[in-house]
Design a binder for this molecule. Structure first.
Ligand code: FES
Length: 222
């Protein structure tokens, strides 16, 4: 479980982030998110606005982004909300980073289906590259976090890295993904199992087989 506490408030933090404001591009996205809600309900946009703020911080720091306290206060002010209400949301959801992270945030699922399918080996692969849970690696590239089920159990074990999931992993396959990311490439997200497209049964379909190539009416067989 990652630490959900906000980074300590300090003069350095205020100095770096106290003047945070959305850029024109991010402001346009924020206002579009707010406009989805009825008048008086603009606070409902708190989650997309926190996400946008984190992405802008990420762009400014060449990392996956995080939420320093002054940035959270900016979002609260933008939505005319008490800061504590925004902080409650930010600290609850894992999609928000409360501490600085590396360029790539490697979130390894350690819940039972992934654990039974080899997530321990994936943690070892990450550690062999100098990743340590909750820390930014010395080269600034990686932060490792253990997370709970990410809903990809059918293609376990899996890892989420920034906005993409990589599934059906082995140590070797994860190494290949990490090598590609470190080299500035964009490895194919999703299953890494050769011949598998999404989460269909490994080895081909076992039910509704007549539907593979064309629509088929099964009603007579019910
Ligand atoms: S247990 Fe890992 S995705 Fe569900």
């Amino acid at each position: 479980m990652a630490d959900r506490s906000p980074a300590p408030d300090s003069p350095e933090l205020r100095e770096r982030w106290g003047g945070f404001e959305f850029t024109d591009a991010y402001r346009a996205k924020a206002d579009k998110a707010i406009a989805r809600y009825p008048e008086g309900r603009q606070r409902s946009a708190v989650m997309p606005l926190l996400d946008l703020a984190q992405r802008q911080v990420g762009e400014e720091t060449d990392t996956q982004g995080w939420l320093p306290l002054p940035v959270i206060e900016y979002v609260a002010d933008y939505l005319d909300m008490p800061v504590i209400r925004v902080l409650e949301v930010a600290t609850f959801y894992f999609m928000y980073n409360m501490q600085p992270v590396g360029k790539f945030h490697v979130q390894v699922c350690g819940t039972t289906p992934c654990m039974l399918r080899g997530s321990d080996a994936l943690f070892e692969t990450c550690k062999a590259r100098g990743m340590k849970k909750g820390h930014v690696s010395d080269d600034g590239l990686w932060t490792l976090t253990e997370v709970e089920c990410m809903g990809n159990c059918a293609t376990a074990p899996m890892v989420q890295i920034n906005d993409d999931n990589y599934e059906d992993l082995t140590s070797e396959r994860l190494d290949a993904v990490l090598d590609a990311l470190a080299a500035g490439e964009s490895p194919k997200p999703g299953t890494q199992e050769p011949g598998r497209h999404t989460s269909e049964p490994a080895g081909g379909p076992t039910t509704l087989t007549e539907m593979v190539d064309a629509n088929h009416d099964y009603r007579d067989s019910w």
